[in-house]
Design a binder for this molecule. Structure first.
Ligand code: PLP
Length: 380
């Protein structure tokens, strides 16, 4: 079988062996329901608490401020809908950006369509950053929530979270950040940054799929959006995914302890890749801010090349990468993020997102750039 070279760590990551080891007992002998009174139930309840403590330790918040969910999408829904509905009597206006993940954008569309909310979608500049003055101008006395992502999943651009949070605080507005791409690559101290709520997902930082968490500060007024049992302090009903929760806690602990070396490695691989592509392949456009950027993210347009064909040709060579654009009915729709930073639609269709991770080496980058050179030549 052909060797697979994986450059799509923003899409998902493989479970780290130490994480899997810790999860295994909860998938086998210790399978009890954490709400049960017998010992394997109680044992699992304790395991959930240990995981909550680990996550709270990494984010520097209280364990009671962590709510386990099924992933980033659910966390975004829980926080945004939960805060919006609970605070409807104070106002019906939400501010977000044009470059959010669909988990945020479509949640906002739902609130506009069915719940009478008004949503402002902020522009971003050519590097992908919001204008803080535009944010301030958008605030009205009806604004109850600002939801702005920590780091973008397509172009890796990091927003000025501290400055946004200061503005939110000045006007007494809750500030939620989708940190699904940031957790594991950036040190996130929620109290220092003044964040009211945050979403995260396990499978983006070498934890399991189907588990995530929301941090919601204790002073935030929100309601549950899923009715059922009394799990997660009555705020998120449903039998706990114990193995998943144990896994995300361990993954968070590892990420936090090893972040320095990990991000240094990613930065070296990413800069080597940028450099090699610039030297070897003409007519390219690097997308997104080069300074305020996730260490493992590279997003480049290869002008004149169709993104979906490029991915197929790379796949034949064992390379997994991604185009930011979504394919619908066989047509490649240009990415809403690239359009928002001002990339023309025809060029946006030629984008390739490469996201580096633990298992990548310099030799992998050499292979990737050589393959890209061949594929781009062939398709142009
Ligand atoms: N938010 C961002 C920024 C993401 O990148 C993703 C996944 O790609 C999500 C939310 C959704 O997370 P999940 O796949 O855990 O539902």
């Amino acid at each position: 079988m052909q060797r697979i070279r994986y450059f799509d760590h923003s899409a998902t990551t493989a479970i780290e062996p130490r994480v899997l080891n810790e999860m295994m007992p909860y998938l086998t002998e210790s399978f009890g329901n954490a709400s049960s009174v017998y010992s394997i139930g109680k044992f699992n309840k304790e395991a959930i608490q240990i995981s909550r403590n680990r996550i709270a330790g990494a984010l520097r918040c209280k364990p009671e401020e962590i709510y386990f969910t099924s992933g980033g999408t659910e966390s975004d829904n829980l926080v945004i809908k939960g805060i919006a509905i609970a605070n409807r009597k104070y106002g019906n206006h939400i501010i977000t950006t044009k470059i959010e993940h669909p988990a945020v954008l479509n949640t906002c569309h739902f609130l506009e369509k069915y719940m009478g909310f008004r949503v402002t979608y902020l522009n971003v500049d050519s590097k992908g950053r919001i204008d803080l003055k535009e944010l301030e101008r958008a605030i009205s006395r009806n604004t109850i929530l600002i939801s702005i992502m920590f780091a973008n999943n397509e172009i890796g651009v990091i927003q000025d979270i501290e400055a946004i949070s200061k503005i939110a605080k000045r006007y007494g507005i809750y500030f939620h950040t989708d940190a699904v791409q940031a957790i594991g690559s950036l040190d996130v101290d929620v109290k220092r940054l003044g964040i009211s709520a945050l979403s995260a997902s396990g499978h983006k930082f070498y934890g399991p799929k189907g588990v995530g968490f929301a941090y919601i500060a204790e002073n935030v007024n929100f309601v549950r959006i899923q009715d059922g049992g009394h799990q997660e302090k009555d705020k998120r009903a449903g039998t706990e995914n114990v193995a998943g929760i144990v896994g995300i806690g361990k993954a968070m602990e590892i990420a936090q302890n090893e972040m320095g070396d990990y991000t240094k490695k990613l930065r070296i691989l990413r800069d080597y890749y940028f450099d090699k592509v610039e030297k070897n392949i003409p007519f390219i456009r690097i997308n997104g801010d080069l300074e305020n950027r996730l260490p493992g993210n590279a997003n480049i347009c290869f002008k004149g090349v169709d993104g979906s064909q490029m991915l197929q040709e790379l796949d034949k060579r064992g390379i997994c990468a991604s185009s930011g654009s979504a394919c619908s009915a066989g047509l490649l729709n240009p990415s809403h993020v690239l359009l928002a930073i001002g990339v023309p639609a025809s060029i946006a269709r030629s984008s390739l997102r490469v996201t580096f991770g633990r298992e990548n080496s310099m030799e992998d980058v050499d292979y990737l750039v050589q393959s890209l050179g061949e594929v781009v030549n062939q398709l142009r």
